[in-house]
Design a protein around this ligand. Structure first.
Ligand code: GRF
Length: 205
């Protein structure tokens, strides 16, 4: 099967990008990262992408644009020029404008460090720990106009230990993410899915 061209958008360390690149390299995910795009010059993700030989590694500074919409439009142009079919958010810390989400409707995915709809937002690991849940986890979902609210593609549970700190819990969540994200991406590309209401139905090929 031909590799599906994807763009990865990331603001941070980039360990999920690293896991996706490793799965591709190992032949476990029929994708090709054509573009790695970050809103932060110091994102570790950019370095990981460069080292892996991603053909386009791009930093765009939001401060150079007069609005969020304009910034997102510049990102969208780079993604389209690179011919990417999927947009994979991997620790991308900016909320996407509605115009961007509409432009790529059904083709943007995100990974969230909690079992949605529990604990949406930027502090999911801390929020889950403070709430006292004994099981949290990871969600891969489609991105729509509601923050962390799109249809769910896959989830994995991660038990919370009594002595967990935010750091130890996030480390185990990261391990689960590194398995689930490449696996879900591979399934999307190989199998395909349709969305019925909020539910994702895999095509089973
Ligand atoms: C992950 O925990 C992901 O769930 C969240 O941001 C974090 C990114 O980590 N959206 P990394 O930059 O991929 O290491």
């Amino acid at each position: 099967m031909p590799a599906s061209p994807i763009a990865v958008m990331a603001s941070g360390k980039g360990s999920n990008l690293g896991a996706i690149l490793a799965a591709i390299e190992a032949g476990a995910c029929p994708a090709e990262v054509r573009l790695a795009l970050s809103d932060r010059a110091d994102a570790g993700a950019l370095e990981i992408a460069r080292k892996a030989g991603v053909p386009e590694v791009v930093h765009l500074n939001p401060r150079d644009y007069e609005s969020r919409e304009r910034f997102d439009m510049a990102c969208a142009e780079r993604i389209e020029q690179a011919g990417c079919e999927w947009i994979v958010l991997a620790g991308y810390m900016r909320i996407l404008s509605e115009a961007f989400v509409r432009r790529f409707a059904g083709r943007i995915i995100n990974i969230h460090p909690a079992l949605l709809p529990a604990f949406p937002g930027a502090h999911a690991v801390r929020d889950a720990l403070e709430y006292g849940v004994t099981i949290t986890g990871v969600t891969v979902h489609l991105v729509n106009e509601v923050l962390d609210g799109g249809p769910i593609l896959a989830q994995a549970a991660v038990p919370v230990r009594e002595d967990d700190t935010e750091a130890t819990l996030h480390a185990r969540i990261h391990e689960a993410e590194h398995r689930l994200y490449p696996e879900t991406l591979a399934r999307m590309i190989r199998e395909g899915f349709v969305v019925e209401g909020r539910r994702v139905r895999w095509k089973g090929r």
